[in-house]
Write a protein that binds this ligand. Structure first.
Ligand code: PLP
Length: 495
């Protein structure tokens, strides 16, 4: 059967990959899903001999079935090039009994670069394929890393504009500086008075407002999304899990066919869902360990089967995981209903109106590959310090959460399956928190003093992305209330 894309809520079906990428979110508020998750065609032995770019082609061609080989290779080769500071693209570092898959070697030093360095190419190729004449306006809510990575990808790309909303006071100093100093005539950054969920809900609302969409169309604009709800974000993320498994085999760390576990520091559930897709494609994965910080809505969900967002939103030192509405979980919910769009829609409506939903035992059984865990702030800091003291390796505050959750999981279960931990950000992005963890005490130093101290402590060169913002001028200072996001988009586009 030929693969196509359909909404998890049943309102749309039969879209090509390029149409799904262009739309981002379905009109009925659902997320696009492929009609099936394809099986890998290349064997692990073959994959073990491939570069990252070749692996990307092998994985992505199975999902993006209306892209020609030439189109897809063009996108891949322009995305995974010298923007990455290592030829390997995603180095796998063995430390303290686990394999840290470093996903932060792209231009904004967080894992969002893995998908967002290719999304602009996928999007502009999709626009060409579908004869889109409108200017594409990318609307993005960010918990800190997506915004910068999306702007880095879309800045000055002809035929596109990008508007980013971030929670004022809810991101790290480096994250904020990276965004407000962004260059590019087609970029706009807005700090909202609210948290990430407010920003994400606001963006989804704008997408759902038909009248506003018509107003935009009349001016030659059409909206799309760079958030991880876009299938064009999810597919490129499957690649590095396939690559990591093949690499472990190639390096003789495991034998072909051996099971691995994967631990992912989770927020919107995109990254870990990509790991689940890799498993469905044929990578031997035993357990997917979903690591949360104090905003442990997913831990509670996997424990109880009830997703309950009615709780206090806690600001932590892993801000990119400070999320109570994990949008991509909807894709797993949809799969666990046996692709019953009506059942999925009912649960999502309950989440919207009542603030919670509960899945059936049968659905829970489908999700048995997932185990939830969470780490408190203290546990996270202790983990960062421990890994540093044991091995000299410095991890960031998001990877720290995953590492702490994995350690507790291994101690609790005795499961010694080789485990890959998704390392989602460079410690330089969160220098102040990382140095506080290693030192065991806070200091009043400014961010750049912490950065210099981290350099002395870790011996790792300060990335260009950090040096760049040391003295860069602020170009964006717009703020708005969460309720005024649509109006602000109108102002930016001159409606
Ligand atoms: C976005 C992000 C996460 C969470 O990833 P999801 O795909 O939203 O679950 C974790 N760590 C870092 C550093 C991030 O930027």
């Amino acid at each position: 059967m030929k693969l196509s894309y359909q909404s998890t809520r049943g309102g749309e079906s039969g879209l090509t990959a390029s149409q799904a990428i262009l739309k981002g979110l379905a009109d009925d508020g659902g997320l696009f899903m492929p009609t099936q998750i394809p099986k890998l065609e290349a064997s692990i032995e073959e994959l073990a001999g491939m570069t990252y770019q070749e692996t990307a082609y092998q994985v992505m061609k199975l999902f993006l079935t209306d892209f020609t080989e030439e189109e897809l290779r063009f996108c891949i080769n322009h995305a995974y090039d010298e923007k990455f500071d290592t030829e390997e693209i995603v180095p796998l570092v063995k430390a303290d009994g686990a394999y840290y898959l470093e996903l932060f070697h792209g231009s904004t030093i967080a894992f969002k670069d893995m998908a967002l360095s290719i999304l602009p190419y996928l999007m502009t190729t999709s626009a060409k394929k579908n004869h889109v004449e409108n200017e594409i306006v990318i609307l993005t809510a960010t918990s800190g890393d997506t915004g910068k990575a999306a702007m880095a990808g879309f800045a000055d790309v002809p035929g596109t504009r990008i508007i980013v909303f971030y929670p004022k006071g809810g991101v790290s100093r480096v994250q904020e500086l990276q965004m407000v100093t962004q260059k590019g005539d087609n970029t706009a950054v807005v700090a909202i008075h609210g948290n990430f969920d407010d920003a994400q809900t606001g963006v989804k609302k704008i997408f759902g407002d038909k009248a506003f969409g018509e107003k935009l169309a009349a001016k030659g604009f059409q909206l799309s999304s760079a958030n991880s709800i876009n299938i064009g974000r999810l597919v490129p993320q499957v690649v590095y899990y396939v690559y990591a498994y093949a690499k472990l085999v190639k390096n003789g760390e495991i034998k072909n066919g051996d099971l691995i576990n994967i631990t992912v520091p989770t927020g919107n559930f995109g990254n870990i869902l990509a790991a689940y897709f890799a498993k469905q494609m044929g990578i031997p994965v035993k357990t997917l360990i979903c690591a949360s910080n104090d905003n442990k809505v997913l831990y509670d969900f996997f424990q109880t089967g009830t997703y309950d967002k009615k709780r206090e939103f806690i600001l932590t030192s892993s801000p990119s995981m400070d999320i109570l509405i994990s949008s991509n979980l909807e894709r797993l919910i949809y799969l666990s209903t046996g692709c019953d769009a009506g059942a999925d829609r009912a649960l999502m409506e309950a989440l919207g109106s009542r603030g919670d939903y509960t899945v059936t035992e049968q659905m829970k059984a489908v999700m048995k590959d997932f185990v939830g865990g969470f780490a408190t702030e203290e546990e996270n800091w202790a983990e960062i310090r421990k890994v540093y003291e044991d091995t000299g390796y410095v991890i960031d505050t998001h990877t720290g959460v995953a590492s702490a959750v994995y350690r507790a999981y291994r101690e609790r279960t005795g499961d010694n399956t080789p485990t890959v931990i998704a390392s989602t950000a460079s410690p330089y992005k969160f220098s102040h928190s990382v140095m506080k963890a290693i030192r065991g005490a806070d200091s009043a130093e400014d961010e750049f003093a912490s950065i210099d101290e981290l350099c002395r402590t870790s011996g790792v060169k300060i990335p260009a992305a950090v040096e760049e913002i040391r003295n860069a001028p602020v170009r964006h200072n717009r703020e708005c209330d969460a309720a005024d996001m649509e109006k602000t988009v109108g102002e930016i586009l001159g409606l």
